[in-house]
Write a protein that binds this ligand. Structure first.
Ligand code: DAH
Length: 327
């Protein structure tokens, strides 16, 4: 057989192939196991014929590959034109956890008032968590049935108040800080209790600070987060403040007229606060004659829970996207 004639015939046919199927047919016809070329190669006796046939085979393979590329390029051009100005497939955007959103809002409000955000520790010493905060040795909250102890002197903090102590030990007054974070108590898990929860501590230490400054600060903060609301203070007791108060705001939902969220009182409990006890200043080496201050503590989960009317605190921990996506 004439290798050159075969090659030319194949090239012409390949160049005319209209699509991938036609090309595949030609591949079989010219290079398949039963093709003239393959049969001839099997019969080869001399070197020259062998080289000529192999050259033809290589040339046909290249022609096939070349035409295949051409056809693919043409198909791509014939298809849907690519319009880079069309909007893309929408990606589902994630969102921040409800508690993170609220924490950041509170942080923003206080940053705007010149406060710093201070990170305390979740693993605390008994001294920072209780003693330095003027908590008497016999106080029931120290009970191992209520608190997670690692050993006699180390525990998971039961509130964010020890951040006050750490911050004051690390700097001289004036101090303006909030300290958000996780806190731990040995409560059984149910709809309104979780053994891990979040608080935001606040502390302001300066010259001549009074309960009126506390009130003004709380009013500003509450207004920024919930809109205009009344704030009410009730006398209370905390070892680290004197006097101590608990403060309430008019209910976010009914605005004071009484509903299920505020249990028909018109008020929602927000947290504890007070004027820093001189014993606390003494524990950190501040002179209580020179400095005065206020402190407060908010329960973040509770506020988010009530504000959004959630039926169960455990929703914050379930990682159920149907819940988190709503906010
Ligand atoms: N640490 C208190 C608690 O967990 C809350 C609290 C009350 C914090 C009064 C304060 C404060 O800073 O002044 O119940």
């Amino acid at each position: 057989m004439d290798a050159t004639a075969l090659e030319n015939e194949a090239r012409t046919a390949i160049a005319a192939a209209a699509d991938a199927d036609a090309l595949e047919e030609l591949r079989l016809r010219y290079l398949g196991r039963k093709s003239e070329l393959k049969l001839a190669l099997r019969e080869v006796r001399d070197r020259e014929t062998g080289m000529a046939l192999n050259a033809a085979r290589t040339a046909i393979e290249e022609a096939l590959a070349g035409r295949e590329t051409e056809l693919a390029a043409a198909a791509a051009e014939d298809g849907e034109p690519f319009d880079p100005t069309l909007p893309g497939e929408p990606l589902r955007r994630g969102s921040l956890h409800l508690l993170t959103q609220l924490r950041r809002q509170v942080e923003d409000v206080f940053l705007g008032m010149g406060y710093e955000v201070y990170d305390g520790r979740e693993v605390e010493t008994v001294w920072h968590n209780y003693d330095a905060l003027n908590q008497p040795e016999a106080h029931p909250s120290r009970d191992p049935r209520d608190t997670f102890y690692f050993d006699e002197s180390t525990l998971l903090r039961t509130h964010t108040s020890p951040s006050q102590i750490r911050a004051m030990l690390a700097q001289q007054p004036p101090v303006y800080l909030i300290s958000p974070g996780r806190t731990y108590r040995r409560d059984a898990l149910d709809a309104t209790h979780t053994p891990v929860f979040h608080q935001i501590e606040g502390l302001a230490v300066d010259r001549g600070i009074t309960l009126a400054d506390l009130r003004g600060t709380i009013e500003l903060f509450v207004g920024a987060i919930f809109g205009p609301r009344d704030v009410r203070m009730r006398t209370s007791f905390f070892p680290f403040t004197e006097p101590s108060v608990e403060f309430d705001v008019t209910c976010y939902l009914c605005e004071g007229s009484g509903c299920a969220v505020c249990k028909h009182s018109g008020w929602i409990e927000m947290g504890g606060a007070g004027v820093v006890d001189p014993n606390v200043f003494e524990a950190v080496g501040y002179d209580p004659e020179e400095w005065s201050g206020f402190a407060f503590g908010l329960g973040l989960d509770r506020i988010a829970f009530l504000r959004h009317g959630l039926p169960d605190l455990r929703l914050f921990w379930d990682n159920d996207l149907r819940m988190t996506r709503q906010f």
